[in-house]
Design a protein around this ligand. Sequence first.
Ligand SMILES: NC(=O)c1ccc[n+]([C@@H]2O[C@H](COP(=O)([O-])OP(=O)(O)OC[C@H]3O[C@@H](n4cnc5c(N)ncnc54)[C@H](OP(=O)(O)O)[C@@H]3O)[C@@H](O)[C@H]2O)c1
Length: 287
Amino acid sequence: MILVTGAAGKTGQAVIKALVARRQPVRALVRRDEQTQTVKSLGAEEAIVGDMRDATALKRAAQGVHAIYHICPNVSPEEIQIGKTAIAAAREAGVERFVFHSVMHPQTEAMTHHWNKLRVEEALFESGLAYTILQPSSYMQNVLGGWKAIVERGVYTVPYTVEAHMSMVDLDDVAQAAAVVLTEPGHLGATYELAGPEVLTQMQVAEILSKHLKRPVRAEQITIEAWTLQARASGMGEYQIETLTKMFHYYDRSGFWGNPHTLSQLLGRTPSKFDAFVERTIREGSG
Ligand SMILES: NC(=O)c1ccc[n+]([C@@H]2O[C@H](COP(=O)([O-])OP(=O)(O)OC[C@H]3O[C@@H](n4cnc5c(N)ncnc54)[C@H](OP(=O)(O)O)[C@@H]3O)[C@@H](O)[C@H]2O)c1
């Protein structure tokens, strides 16, 4: 049995699907009762409701599993504590494998949520657990947050320069890589950067969207102030706004790009290009 934390989120759901496709029994840790239905419909054998900040809940979830795939809630101010609690629960339960869903370039101190993940990686090195660390780049699926404006108004907005270079990765590829390291030998002690196969500017992203939607789409930079107003209106917390603002400033200066070689090796093929992701999104109507 493999425990997946953060299981009802977009990463968790993708990882469950990839594990179920490999006929692996999954126990899903979710926060709310109604999320048990979501994870069970994806094929999770068991669902446990609990808060990741609660050590007792994590210990209960870790009992009897042989591996844990730990996904911290997105941009959590408690990432380090949650990571350490998950590690302690894994040690107590004697799990054979702990895989941490980190992020590409956790060494970047300018991005608080990346830097926090580095601290969790450090705790893992010191834990004595048999671990693997996955460091995905930003997901192609993040573009879906602005899909309505892209399709209806032909505008793809980002709160940083449209010239920023990014190597976005398809979350489905990340989930397949997670399933590989959780179920195949040879990955203990490894830290893998998972970047998409091409480095694109946001203008190139808009061109690809335009080609598949068969309508003009332009990339447009919105100000951080405009983005903040939208984020507040959508109910985002102040810590998340502040942390993501730092990330956007960083993207503005440095972009966010890496190398796809490790992911290609894990998948045994070239990772999906953005072109294929957009084509699939339109074909499946999943935008
Ligand atoms: N997005 C990217 O491009 C990207 C790239 C690399 C790495 N990552 C990392 O991937 C991780 C997951 O991101 P995501 O976008 O999949 O997140 P997400 O969709 O927001 O999912 C997070 C899940 O965790 C649950 N959760 C929140 N607080 C919890 C708590 N205290 N106890 C138990 N469950 C809790 C949420 O439930 P509710 O619905 O109740 O809130 C949700 O189901 C993050 O650590 C992020 O840094 C993301």
